[in-house]
Design a protein around this ligand. Structure first.
Ligand code: GUN
Length: 299
């Protein structure tokens, strides 16, 4: 079957331009430039890369950004104090605390300390809860990015069987939740499979849409996918590679070369879901900025 490659990089570039246009409009109307702050604790390689990319993208779309760094021995109290400070800072529309945090700090406590109106990661229980009952909220970046891809490629979802592989709080659970909602994209019958599911292959073979977010490189094979399925690959595991200068490459949860010919649509890794996650954070920040402007502005 000839498949369509879902080009997340191209969609992300397009949305960046759309956001930049909206920022210009806000400024032209005398509004405030949206402002995102990020707290980064320690020097984890992955976190450094993600946060640098978030800050760079803020620049590209015209947002103000502030990076707040702590060494990994920062106390929980100190971090919570900074969260309170950012909650109270009227110039900051939204902020994130990059995860993971060092073991001595409770991630949940930190997430719950964030004012949910500034929680552009959508991790606060109020946002997670509002999302699960279909109320306006900040939706976490990866699921929001996947919905955007389904929408922009006009992929029909209503009445389809969607199998979500993985049950994490930041991808699997919210994704499953969004796909069952009365919405477009949405209106699916959803099955969630995870590490304890017996015979995952059986469920996958019944799926019209598979969203693979297990973090298990090459997990989904051709004999697990039915002809014409839509496959969304959330996996980004660093695996050793002789073909790259760095000595590693990103590998998704899908064995792309053998699965792609069976699909109607499929995302590559890299260049599929990945570029969309930062864009979703920018979309949430724009939303937060617009809300702040409604209050500040004479409207
Ligand atoms: N660590 C991995 N992904 C994310 C994310 O989307 N937000 C934050 N804050 N930390 C992360």
């Amino acid at each position: 079957m000839p498949y369509t490659l879902i080009d997340g990089k191209a969609v992300a570039t397009q949305i960046k331009q759309e956001i930049a246009g909206e920022v210009n409009q806000i400024l032209a109307q005398g509004g405030k430039r949206p402002h995102l702050a990020a707290i980064l604790v320690g020097h984890d390689g992955g976190s450094e890369t993600y946060v640098a990319s978030k800050v760079r993208t803020c620049d590209e779309v015209g947002f103000k950004s502030t990076l707040i760094r702590y060494e990994s021995d920062v106390t929980e109290e100190e971090l919570l104090h900074k969260v309170e400070e950012l909650n109270a800072d009227a110039d900051i529309d939204g902020f994130i605390v990059q995860l993971p945090l060092p073991k001595h700090i409770s991630e949940q406590k930190v997430i719950e300390a964030i004012d949910y109106r500034k929680d552009v990661d959508g991790f606060h229980p109020i946002n997670a809860g509002r999302m699960s009952i279909g109320l306006p909220c900040f939706v976490s970046a990866t699921p929001a990015g996947i919905l955007e891809l389904l929408k922009r490629y006009n992929i029909p979802t209503s009445g389809k069987h969607c199998v979500v592989l993985g049950r994490s709080n930041i991808v699997g659970k919210p994704m499953a939740n969004l796909m069952i909602q009365k919405n477009d994209p949405g209106d699916c019958t959803v099955t969630v499979c995870h590490s304890r599911t017996k015979d995952i292959k059986k469920y996958c073979l019944e799926a019209d849409i598979i969203i693979a977010a297990l973090g298990s490189p090459g997990f989904l094979k051709a004999d697990m996918v039915k002809e014409g399925a839509v496959v969304i690959d959330v996996g980004t595991t660093r695996v050793p590679s002789a073909q790259t200068q760095s000595g590693f490459k990103l590998k998704g949860d899908v064995e792309f070369d053998e699965v792609a010919p069976k699909c109607s649509f499929i995302t590559p890794v890299p260049g599929g879901v990945g570029p969309m996650t930062i864009i979703s954070l920018m979309q949430n920040t724009l939303l937060a900025g617009k809300k702040a402007n409604e209050i500040i502005n004479i409207k």
